[in-house]
Design a protein around this ligand. Structure first.
Ligand code: NDP
Length: 315
């Protein structure tokens, strides 16, 4: 197998990965960054980003990621396409296999592989991607001021997103497949008592419709029961809040995660239990999941990696 040595390997190309790359690149440490399956990460599937500091007019998600990439390249970061298929963190330098065909020996590793929002799996979710379908209310809610939206899910995220959207939208439907919410009691109460939120228990969304974007959702009430009912409601936005899956599977034999798969790090730092291996961005963040918090943690991981290399005489 083709083998190569690197001082710092960055895995993932969202705001965390690129920010880490900018810092490591500027420190003259020639980092190598692998982009993964979705170059640019989750921001490339949103439309406009209006809450990343420094852009008073907002910026397109893809443009922001292109700019971060260009900034990383300016400092000599080598950006490559490839998927990590295996890791061996048993001893340093750590072995990382790319696409089952290339092996890297890395003194430090920054894992910034992000998390993927779960979707229902409807064809229409693809069809209307960026045209009314979103998995992030904080990112896209602003576009639905005084409009009608639906949120799918019955957990804390769905309730939080419904409440956030209700502060902007005219009406929010919460589509819940069970006859009860799974969310914490306090969130349930807030949702149930909110004048702008209507909870549709025992409902499943089966499709979307609209000419130039989402105009409505097809619903089934009490699916599979004798009194099953089909009807449509008019909406402008369709938000998924049925959970996220951190992209951490390949690291699990070596790295501690919580039960959902979020990588566990030392409180307030990107340090994992494996010396020289750091985790940044959404893969280690079940709480904030914002581009700016991911970028901040990417910066922390880079500084940690540089200090680790220095402390081990590897600069
Ligand atoms: P959860 O796994 O808690 O909830 C997912 C929800 O989506 C459930 O209601 C589930 O339904 C529903 N769902 C899943 N798949 C489908 C599907 N295919 N069709 C329809 N509905 C579906 O995920 P969350 O993201 O809400 O929360 C993750 C963790 O983060 C939880 O521990 C939560 O408590 C925590 N969290 C805490 C917050 C806070 O404290 N402020 C805020 C946000 C999250 P069902 O119940 O039927 O399985």
């Amino acid at each position: 197998m083709n083998t190569e040595k690197v001082k710092c390997l960055i895995i993932g190309s969202g705001p965390a990965g690129y920010t880490a790359a900018i810092y490591i690149g500027r420190a003259n440490l020639s980092p190598v960054l692998y982009e993964g399956l979705q170059p640019g990460g989750q921001l490339t599937i949103t439309t406009e980003v209006e809450n990343f500091p420094g852009y008073p007019e907002g910026i397109g998600g893809t443009q922001l990621m292109d700019d971060l990439r260009a900034q990383a390249e300016r400092f000599g970061v080598e950006i490559r396409t490839g998927i990590v298929t295996k890791v061996d963190f048993s001893e340093r330098p750590y072995k990382i296999t790319i696409d089952d065909e290339k092996e890297l020996l890395a003194e430090t590793v920054i894992i910034s592989t992000g998390a993927s929002a779960k979707y229902l799996g409807l064809e229409d979710e693809q069809k209307y991607a960026g045209m009314g379908v979103s998995a992030c209310a904080t990112c896209d809610g602003f576009f639905y001021r005084k409009k009608t939206v639906a949120v799918v899910g019955g957990g804390d995220t769905a309730c939080e997103e419904a409440i956030y959207l209700a502060s902007l939208a005219k009406q929010v439907y919460l589509i819940v497949r069970k006859p009860y919410l799974r969310a914490s009691q306090i969130m349930q109460e807030r949702v149930m008592n909110h004048p702008k939120i209507q909870v549709l228990f025992e409902h499943n969304a089966t499709g979307l419709f609209g000419e130039n974007g989402v105009e409505g959702v097809h619903l089934v009430k009490r699916k599979g029961e004798a009194d099953e009912e089909h009807y449509d409601i008019a909406i402008d936005g369709f938000f998924l809040a049925i959970g996220h899956k951190p992209n951490s599977d390949v690291f699990k034999p070596w790295i501690e995660t919580d039960e959902v798969g979020y990588i566990l790090t030392e409180e307030g730092t990107p340090r994992t239990k494996v010396p020289g291996v750091f985790a940044a961005g959404d893969v280690a963040d079940p709480h904030y999941r914002q581009a700016i918090t991911a970028a901040g943690s990417g910066c922390k991981a880079a500084i940690e990696a540089e200090r680790f290399l220095s402390a081990n005489g590897l600069l």
